[in-house]
Write a new protein. Structure first.
Lengths: 275, 258
């Protein structure tokens, strides 16, 4: 900065200075929440037994990271969440494509999708425990189910809004029927599909954690639940913190991938997705 | 030899308050190598006619034949250039141009050679790896034409190909199309509402009526196309003919209020 000090107003226009100011603005709300948290605890505005301070949470997290508790359970939870997300997304895209391109598929799946759309998938968890027992399968099945619907709906709408002239020009250039879906409809509706997958990404963590709380022996959800039950709130918050960070990172990675794969798309640049 | 043959073509659209006739008893014959333009007021069904010839939508009666064979769907014997280009936005310029060739199963080597040649023809060297969103309207239009020429269809169907371009670019593109047609002698059927463009480019101009569209008038254009644009456009005969066509279209446009 010292080289610019002689030029008034340069500071504002300089790329680096302006960018870091914007980044600060971006994370300001998070900083405020952490500050309020620390202040509330420091000044004994709430009972310390019920709400550990941010510092205590971090040191609990550090301890759990060092003894491997976080690492192991995080891996287990991520496996369940991402396996469910992947399976749910693939099936969701397939069903969405089928519904958008075949009236028979639309009539077959349509009512099912419409009626189960607003059903909280977690309400089915007791049933899954009954069917699949405690562990990975019950978690993954619940996640698959939760991820399925947003992906089906967004794929369906994405394919339906492909301009007819795009399909026509593909046909005019000799694209056989069986390739239209793969070569034309899928790339055309990629933005919409990604939007659905991004919603599903959120759901996959919610479902994994909540299912683990009642139907697993391992996983971050179970960890949070156990520490909560034992009143070790600093550790509970530590586990919570870990999953929040990981979920946030996963969303960012998805956004970066999306921005790259959709670098040809006008709307993604206009909409400042991932700003 | 007749390349495009349309007889008693009818097309109706289903609307909420009953059927709407879009085309009524359309008859058109276009010889091989001929450049024919259809002009008419907007909404007269001229694009519908082109889509039927492209095989994208079905007719409700009549005969539609391409080189003696009835049209049953889209085919690579007809290259179509759409109003808004309809390029594939997820493919680069080079990938867009080679798409049709790739679909025909042409060997890699030939695909690459053709793409290189066409990119040079349309003057987009250096833009091969750009996506359509990074191109200007004129560039997109060039790519749209190039990707159609890539698989060498015998017939070109052009749906208001220059409608979205500014006046200067449009003139440049018209001259490029003219040069291209003279070099390849493909059969061209173009649809436009630009009378000037129709007379400047085509050998025959067909005027379509207000909906339901029929061919109501035909003009033969006998101008020397080897001259420069200025010479042609400032020519007395050209202007006379253009005015006649313009009046004919205007009469059709005005017929709505009757």
């Amino acid at each position: 900065m010292k080289s610019m000090s002689g030029v008034p107003g340069m500071w504002l226009r300089s790329g680096a200075g302006w960018d870091s100011l914007r980044a600060a603005w971006h994370y300001l709300p998070i900083a405020i929440v952490l500050l309020v948290w620390q202040v509330v605890v420091e000044f004994d505005l709430v009972n310390r037994a019920f709400l550990p301070s941010f510092g205590e949470t971090l040191s609990a997290l550090w301890e759990m990271t060092r003894n491997g508790e976080i690492g192991f359970n995080l891996l287990v939870s991520l496996y369940r969440a991402f396996a469910g997300l992947a399976i749910g997304s693939i099936i969701g895209v397939a069903i969405g494509l089928a519904m958008a391109t075949s009236r028979r598929a639309d009539e077959f799946f349509g009512p099912l999708v419409a009626t189960t759309y607003s059903l909280p998938k977690s309400s089915l968890v007791p049933l899954f425990i009954l069917w699949f027992g405690i562990g990975d399968v019950a978690s993954i099945v619940s996640v698959v189910l939760a991820c399925l619907l947003p992906v089906i709906v967004s794929t369906y709408h994405g394919v339906q809004s492909v301009p007819p002239v795009i399909v026509w020009s593909a046909r005019a250039m000799g694209t056989p029927h069986h390739l239209i879906m793969w070569r034309i409809l899928l790339p055309s509706s990629l933005l919409s599909i990604f939007t659905g997958v991004r919603i599903a990404l959120g759901f996959c963590f919610v479902l994994t954690i909540s299912v683990e709380m009642i139907a697993a022996k391992t996983g971050i959800g179970k960890l949070i639940f156990l520490y909560g039950e034992n009143g070790a709130y600093a550790y509970m918050f530590g586990g919570l913190f870990a999953i929040v960070v990981v979920a946030y990172a996963a969303d960012r990675i998805l956004l970066v991938a999306m921005n790259y794969l959709l670098r040809w798309d006008d709307s993604i640049h206009a909409a400042h997705v991932g700003d | 030899m007749i390349s495009i043959c349309v007889k008693d073509l009818n097309k109706r659209y289903r609307a909420r308050d009953g059927d709407v006739a879009a085309l009524a008893d359309v008859d058109i014959d276009i010889a091989e190598g001929e450049f024919v333009t259809i002009v008419g007021p907007s909404g007269c069904g001229k694009s519908t006619l082109l889509y039927i010839l492209g095989g994208f939508i079905g007719a409700d009666g009549g005969i539609i034949e391409i080189n003696g064979k009835a049209v049953t769907g889209p085919g690579v014997d007809r290259g179509v250039v759409f109003q808004e280009y309809a390029l594939f936005p997820w493919l680069t310029v080079a990938q867009n141009i080679r798409y049709g060739l790739e679909m025909s199963g042409a060997p890699r080597q030939r695909c690459e050679e053709t793409v290189e040649r066409l990119v040079r023809t349309i003057g987009l060297q250096g833009f091969e790896h750009r996506f359509p969103r990074e191109l200007s309207g004129g560039m997109k239009q060039r790519v749209a034409i190039a990707r159609t020429l890539a698989y060498d269809p015998k017939i070109l169907l052009l749906d208001e190909p220059f409608g979205a371009l500014d006046a200067q670019t449009r003139e440049v593109m018209q001259d490029e199309l003219l040069g291209l047609w003279q070099a390849t002698r493909k059969t061209v059927m173009m649809v436009t509402h630009d009378v000037n463009e129709a007379v400047y480019l085509s050998e025959r101009v067909l005027v379509m009526s207000q909906r339901p569209g029929r061919i109501v008038q035909e003009f033969k254009v006998a101008i020397d196309r080897t001259c420069e644009r200025e010479v042609t456009v400032l020519n007395e005969d050209f202007n006379q003919l253009r005015n006649e066509v313009w009046l004919a279209v205007r009469r059709q446009a005005g017929a709505r209020s009757v």
